[in-house]
Design a protein around this ligand. Sequence first.
Ligand SMILES: [Zn+2]
Length: 238
Amino acid sequence: MSNTLNHLLDRNVAWVDRKTADDPDFFRRMAEQQMPRYLWVSCSDSRITANDVLDLDPGEIFVHRNIANVVHSSDMNILSVLEFAIEGLKVEHVIVCGHYGCGGVRRALANERSAMVDHWLQPISMLYLKHRAVFDAIPDEAARIDRMCEINVEMQVRRIAATPIVEKAWARGQPLHLHGWIYALHDGLLRDLGPHLSAIEEREALPSIDHRVLHPAEAVSAIRRQALDAFSALEPCC
Ligand SMILES: [Zn+2]
């Protein structure tokens, strides 16, 4: 068996051929400048790639991914991405996108303590342990994990909203909107879970994350509404 990856390099050439056949100037434009309006923060899971699920071209979305889309206030990686996206690229929207059935969230709920990733997942496992009775009352394991996947999205949106980078942008009047979404692997659809935050006052007005855990119906109704909207948008218009 060959130890080269020529099959991938061949696919790259075929992709370039397709792109230039459709749009001869595509790579010239890409080489000149990127002007993404969005920053995407999602899980490293191989099944959720921003450009695919949003049907966007390269250059249209700036991306950061890690296991279970966790935002650590000491993570130089995400802070550098956030700073460059907001202050350099002037993105208008930051989207935290989790996904149902997230393996990282599953591990956090299993309360493992044996690997580096368990340190990484600690914010999720800490929230789970704090509200263990609430989560464990959900009898179906997949539903329990999915519920934490939703809560995790909101927690990470709040963590981004709490960074000095975002606070400074809002303070100087830069348009910047934070969004919490979740992706369903089984149907390919995104759901807008919220919160939507565009100012420090909106962040301060949010009920606590503990409130969100204790009142799941609010989030569930939002998910159902979004799911219905998504499905109705798929109806043929004529
Ligand atoms: Zn995941």
